[in-house]
Design a protein around this ligand. Structure first.
Ligand code: GCU
Length: 434
């Protein structure tokens, strides 16, 4: 049987299908010498070429124009926020020797035609004041974030790749398997809470034509899948993160004005998109987000637009496939996704061995967003004009409103990354009054 992902790729590329389709994946390279010459769109120019010369121009006209383009051509438009979100506490107890509270909260994302719920695992340090919270989706279920035996085992579909997942369902063997990515006690000791939920609760990460997860609930009558400019899975995960923030707004022990969106890899792309679409997030952190996240598409380095649409045809909207091997036609590039978060602090991180995610492209996005941050009265990446040279590994640039580091090692999120995020959050949140 032909591979459905390959067929989707070929159709998007305008190919006529013959019976025996077996296309090779679009080629990629990790050789800096093969980066093509490219010109990036200027965030401080309107579509007609005229200058964006004031903060008002940006906020009232240019930003909405760009946000609309990213929604229409890349992530797809998501439904508006519901008036309220229904939550139910599933468990609540003291943990870590009574120094913290742990809750499991069920959030109803949609009720009809089939209810879809997401379970938030929330840890809060015990203090007398509402605390800032990191909110990030996880890859394998809340029970993998911690070794605690009584966090509910996720029962939804998940990829078989991880040890302890059998027939697409988690087993006890997977408990704690992602704990190195979530240093819960380190966060609590620093005075932060953590809220996390399994991304597959919102939309299972495989291409089934948008029949499961939250998509069907919003299909117009007679519509079997999203229109070309409507949401793919990343936009759905981002929408789910916003519902997570709605739920946190109901928690009196959370400072909902100090919620930090964080994500690794595909969930780093998600964090950037939710940061752009939901200005309630105070800080946004993108860890190794790569293609479709922080990395510039026009560099065509590591994973490319064609390759990501080939491998993951459900992540972005149909319109995005027009830019397969055609990045120059994109009406934006990823530095403008970061600029959409301005003037709120944003942190982009890379890993030295993670060439697939194009560390240099991630760094360049961060610095090319700098002029927008400065126009809005912040110090951008800090200091004078930033260098286009990738900074040395393990030397974070994090004194400005845009932070960046490239650390030693692989595609992952670890304690070194989190320490930088905590320091960055400390600096920005301490300066604020609420
Ligand atoms: C793949 C994919 C990336 C993605 C990553 C992840 O490598 O190509 O785009 O970021 O998975 O989410 O782990």
């Amino acid at each position: 049987m032909p591979d459905l992902n390959r067929i989707a790729y070929l159709m998007a590329a305008g190919c006529v299908l013959t019976a025996a389709v077996d296309a090779a994946p679009p080629p990629t390279h990790t050789d800096e010498a093969q980066v093509p010459a490219y010109t990036l769109p200027d965030p401080l120019k309107f579509a007609d070429g005229s200058a964006v010369s004031s903060a008002k121009d940006w906020t009232e006209r240019r930003r909405p124009q760009l946000l609309e383009l990213f929604a229409e051509q890349m992530f797809g438009k998501a439904p508006p926020a519901p008036k309220s979100v229904k939550t139910r506490t599933l468990s609540e107890k003291d943990v870590f020797g009574g120094t913290a509270i742990r809750k499991e909260i069920e959030v109803t994302l949609v009720e009809q035609p089939t209810p879809v719920t997401m379970t938030i695992l929330l840890y809060l340090p015990k203090t007398d004041k509402p605390v800032p919270v990191f909110l990030g989706l996880n890859f394998r279920g809340n029970h993998t974030v911690t070794t605690e035996p009584d966090v509910a085992l996720n029962t939804n579909w998940m990829e078989n790749k991880t040890p302890g997942v059998v027939d697409h369902r988690a087993t006890e063997e997977s408990r704690g398997s992602q704990a190195s990515r979530w240093p819960v006690e380190m966060l609590l000791k620093r005075g932060y809470g953590l809220a996390t939920a399994y991304y597959g609760d919102i939309d299972p990460d495989f291409h089934d034509g948008f029949q499961n997860g939250v998509h069907p609930a919003f299909a117009k009558s007679g519509q079997s899948q999203p229109a070309p400019d409507e949401w793919g899975s990343i936009a759905a995960w981002a929408w789910g993160m916003s519902r997570g923030l709605d739920a946190l707004e109901q928690e009196s022990r959370v400072n909902a004005k100090q919620v930090i969106a964080i994500g690794h890899s595909r969930l780093g792309k998600t964090a950037l998109w939710v940061g752009a679409t939901d200005p309630r997030f105070a800080i946004v952190i993108s860890n190794d987000s790569g293609c479709g996240g922080a990395a510039l598409s026009r560099r065509h380095f590591g994973e490319t637009v064609a390759r990501i649409n080939y491998s993951f045809p459900h992540w972005f909207c149909e319109n995005f496939k027009q830019f397969n091997e055609n990045e120059a036609a994109l009406p934006f590039d990823q530095h403008e996704l970061i600029a959409l978060i301005a003037p709120r602090p944003v942190y982009v991180a890379s890993a030295a061995e993670d060439l697939w995610a194009d560390p240099k492209g991630e760094y360049l996005s961060a610095i090319y967003a700098d002029p927008v941050y400065r126009l809005l009265g912040t110090d951008g990446i800090g200091g004078a004009a930033p260098s286009t040279e990738l900074p040395p590994v393990d030397h974070p640039i994090s004194n400005g409103t845009i932070g960046y580091h490239i650390r030693t090692g692989k595609h992952d999120i670890n304690d070194f990354d989190w320490e930088q995020y905590l320091n960055f959050a400390d600096r920005h949140l301490r300066a604020r009054k609420n």
